[in-house]
Design a protein. Structure first.
Ligand SMILES: [Fe+2]
Ligand SMILES: [Fe+2]
Length: 248
């Protein structure tokens, strides 16, 4: 846990800030749909995490609480950067949207582990979305922003994998199999929701089929890493980062 704390603290110290310099060069027939889509993701990045932090505090694990705080700081960076991008594209930030409300509701149905499972699905689908966009938008500032967020989500995925891996190895084989089936079903249900909600943008950024396939690939790698009995090493972490980095 301490190494994760050190890793996130090191990242904080050398984090870039995103301020759009001048208008973003996005095709006029694409900018409104892109702004609407990014505004929905922006809303999803804004939660204060109070429910998650309270649930983690109940476990009496001070390191985990501190780690969650640092993880939330990075999500809030994403919210701030995306908010600026939405405005630079001529769009408006959202105060509410059914997708963010549905996510919040499901996250709060259980304890910290349930919340982390839901967050994991959001991280995988978000990383796939940001990566697809970073590959296809031409504006260098926007590309840089989306690439940075995709890389961050790659690190968050590695963090969640490390947490869930420990949890899964405490379960028996039947409960572990049930967890996998339940997580896959939940993940694919949310994936369809994202594809429907963001179809206009995803069609311009590689297509819906490609999004389905890429998110499935990421899920398969995460599932394999979750079942590995050893500690998640720096190399494994780099593998997740690499997934998110392939944007150039
Ligand atoms: Fe994020
Ligand atoms: Fe994240």
């Amino acid at each position: 846990m301490t190494s994760w704390l050190q890793r996130l603290a090191g990242r904080r110290a050398r984090r870039p800030e995103f301020f759009p310099r001048g208008p973003l060069s996005v095709e006029a027939d694409f900018a409104p749909a892109l702004a609407r889509s990014l505004a929905r993701f922006q809303l999803g990045e804004t939660g204060d995490g109070s429910h998650l932090l309270a649930a983690a505090a109940k476990l009496g694990d001070a390191d985990r609480v501190e780690l969650l705080r640092r993880f939330l700081d990075e999500e809030h960076d994403h919210a701030r950067w995306l908010g600026r991008a939405v405005e630079a594209l001529g769009g408006q930030r959202l105060e509410r949207h059914w997708s963010a409300s549905a996510f919040r509701l499901v996250r709060r149905l259980g304890g910290v582990e349930t919340e982390l499972i839901v967050l994991m699905a959001a991280e995988l689908l978000g990383a796939t979305y940001y990566r697809a966009l970073a590959r296809h938008v031409r504006d260098p500032q926007l590309r840089g922003l989306l690439g940075q967020i995709a890389r961050d989500e790659g690190v968050h995925i590695a963090l969640h994998v490390d947490w869930q891996r420990r949890h899964l190895h405490q379960l028996g084989p039947v409960r572990r199999a049930l967890f996998r089936v339940g997580f896959h079903a939940f993940f694919r249900a949310v994936c369809v929701m994202v594809m429907l909600d963001h179809r206009a943008v995803l069609r311009r950024c590689g297509g819906l089929r490609s999004y389905w396939r890429a998110s499935g690939d990421l899920l398969a790698r995460v599932t394999a890493a979750q079942l590995r009995p050893c500690r998640l090493t720096g190399r494994a972490l780099l593998r997740f980062r690499h997934l998110a980095v392939e944007t150039a």
